[in-house]
Design a protein around this ligand. Structure first.
Ligand SMILES: [Cu+2]
Length: 207
């Protein structure tokens, strides 16, 4: 009997761990779809508008030595100026982590490149905290639900076993709480089952 609740607890823990893992899984967004950061005319903002950037995700840039990745404030983005960079990256492969919700702005600071299209505005959304607890709670409720149902079935038969006379009134009261099972069993079937069970108990007591 102890193994069944333990198995349910393990299953619930595993489900919760999976939900947390899914919620925490970050996504990498290669810029422009391919990760290529260049002045070939790719509309990086048309790409970013279709992306769902979530806090914790990363964005990756691959670029030739003739380019850089410069994160700038909005003013620098609007003016295509890397004069006041938030941070500048070189080396050909850069991964930027989107650590907070809000707007991020990136340009290539090489003169003329931003104007040629190497500019990117990203809107990062806050992570949705709801899914992790919401997914685990219904599984707890589902695992607990089957337990009261058999308990209800055994309680009415054990109550009349104490005294023989009230058995007649018990079956009429029983169908009300068992109305949820009526769809599958049928009220007549439930009543017959209860009567049979009570009769068996009475017989057992008589013997
Ligand atoms: Cu460039």
């Amino acid at each position: 009997m102890a193994t069944a609740p333990q198995a349910m607890i393990l299953a619930a823990v595993a489900a919760a761990a999976l939900a947390v893992h899914l919620a925490a899984a970050s996504v990498d967004h290669p810029v422009g779809g391919s990760g290529a950061w260049d002045a070939s005319g790719t509309s990086y903002n048309a790409w970013s508008a279709k992306q769902a950037f979530v806090q914790g995700d990363t964005m990756s840039f691959k670029y030739a030595a003739s380019h850089d990745v410069t994160e700038v404030p909005k003013a620098g983005y609007d003016a295509c100026s890397g004069a006041n960079p938030v941070k500048s990256y070189t080396g050909g492969a850069t991964t930027v982590k989107l650590t907070a919700p809000g707007k991020r702005y990136f340009i290539c600071s090489v003169p003329g490149h931003c104007a040629a299209g190497m500019k990117l505005e990203v809107t990062v959304a806050a992570p949705a905290p709801a899914p992790a607890p919401a997914r685990s709670k219904p599984r707890h409720q589902r695992s607990l639900a089957p337990t009261p149902a058999p308990a209800m079935a055994s309680e009415p038969s054990s109550v009349p076993s104490n005294d023989g006379l009230p058995t007649v009134s018990t079956p009429t009261a029983a169908p009300a709480p068992k109305s949820s099972d009526a769809a599958s069993n049928g009220l007549l079937g439930a009543k017959a089952g209860m009567t049979l069970a009570v009769g068996m108990m009475a017989l057992a007591l008589a013997i």
